[in-house]
Design a protein around this ligand. Sequence first.
Ligand SMILES: *Cc1c(COP(=O)(O)O)cnc(C)c1O
Length: 396
Amino acid sequence: MKDRFASLCVKKLDLPEHNSPQQLPLVLSSSFAFETIEQGIDIFTGKDEGFVYSRYGNPTIEAVTRRLEALEGFDLPLELQGYMTSSGMAAIHLVLISLLKPGDQVLTQANLYGGTTELLIKVLGEQDIIPVFTDLGNLEQVEAELQNNKRIRALYMETPTNPTLTCLDIEGLTRLAADKGIKTIVDNTFSTPYLQQPFRYGVDFVIHSTTKYLNGHGTGIAGVVIGRDTPFMKERFWPVLKLTGATCNPFDAWLVGNGIRTLPLRMERHNTNAMALAKALSDHDQVERVNYPGLEDHSSHALASRQMTGFGGMLSFQVRGGQSEALQVMNRLKLASLAPTLGDVDTLVLHPATSSHLKVAADIREAQGITEGLIRVSVGLEGTDDLVQDFVQALG
Ligand SMILES: *Cc1c(COP(=O)(O)O)cnc(C)c1O
């Protein structure tokens, strides 16, 4: 009796086959069963569609990936193929190692997300995939660079940039690269496809840290790579992903799927709150400068107005004085929290000079406008007046 009882306990449990659940099921299964061994062989050899093993693909992850492709390609006559990854960093690493080989170079900007700069120098650089940092805002310089350096095989851009919110001309840069057969990659984390669709301007790949606005609630770490060259994605990118094992996990994908459903509502509110806060800070006499592309005096205002459908939830501002004044303001905030991420529902502030950009040499930092008094704000979804009042009281 005990023997058959034990077998019954161990036996695979099946979902009853009725109508589907309204919410996406979270499929926590490392592997997928085959009805017959012939079916297994057909799926393994790619003759039939189906799941094998969650490092290769998983229903929850695929459902969310299909939605991310649809959003990045919204209203565009393109067939896109994406894969979710274990983090935004994994997405960046994987797209670059699947595209490039030792001896190749990647043209990019100095003011990247800090982790991206470190990845390019410390990991890829040591494998002889060399980053070339230039001012991607200067198209003539970029053209000359591409003309003179035949080893450049990829152009990697992030717009708007962290933390000064400078924007890059995606269309202009992509045209220069495409002329020379150089692949273009955009980190679209700050904008999300709701505010900016790089594929509209002809880029080859879009990557995201979905950890930020797409998840939106700060509850998971994940990333995605989406490409327009479907065969490349399936035959080159996917094998690199599955063999390096940097796959997304189903729960983090599920959280992104949940977050996406309120993306437009959240982004609209991020936009209005950030604009209100940017204006209030601009009017404050303890504030020297506000970086927000929605402000008419921001160097990228015209470009952002053209390229984006909203100015987003990120801004930074320079407190009069220096580091000690900035830190005092940060400690006095009551509604906003001190946390080193962005894109969550709550307002988060960070001091770039002592955190995200700590490892960047002080002179380079200053040249990029990352001064000791600069505070970065990921503006959340709080009541607008409440939020503005919090910063006004903190500025004293
Ligand atoms: C956070 C972030 C990354 C890295 O993503 P992780 O999910 O933390 O690995 C890359 N690019 C940008 C712009 C980011 O904000």
